[in-house]
Design a protein around this ligand. Structure first.
Ligand code: SF4
Length: 115
């Protein structure tokens, strides 16, 4: 029996999933792997496959992987923030909910703060 030269598996214990790839949009260029400052990603051993998130707990959601991806607009890679970090706010008058980073944000609130 031959053994692989290296065996690397993602951590299955944690429910954390900081980066989500779309296998149809990702070309496996590994630019995101190269720029990750915490080295949480490794190249997929299958050529053209999306990288593997090896150390999800080490991610601090800097977002350089997404910014560097040439196919981010097609959804090849996106950050998956934990619920505690998904800030949103609600406009009292209308009841509308907004999130940080939403693609079509509302106009800024020009009313002075309540004193
Ligand atoms: S997610 Fe983007 S940068 Fe990363 S391997 Fe896929 S295409 Fe390349």
């Amino acid at each position: 029996m031959t053994r692989p030269e290296a065996l690397a598996l993602p951590n299955l214990v944690t429910p954390n999933r900081p980066v989500v790839f779309d296998e149809n949009a990702c070309t496996g260029c590994n630019r995101c792997v190269q720029v990750c400052m915490n080295d949480i990603l490794i190249p997929n051993p299958q050529k053209g496959g999306p990288p593997i998130v090896l150390y999800p707990d080490e991610c601090y959601y800097g977002g350089v992987c997404v910014m560097e991806c040439p196919h981010r607009d097609e959804g090849a890679i996106r950050l998956n923030w934990p619920l505690m970090q998904r800030m949103r706010w609600k406009r009292k008058e209308t009841g509308e909910h907004y999130r940080v980073g939403m693609p079509d944000p509302p106009p800024p609130n020009t009313k002075p703060p309540v004193t």
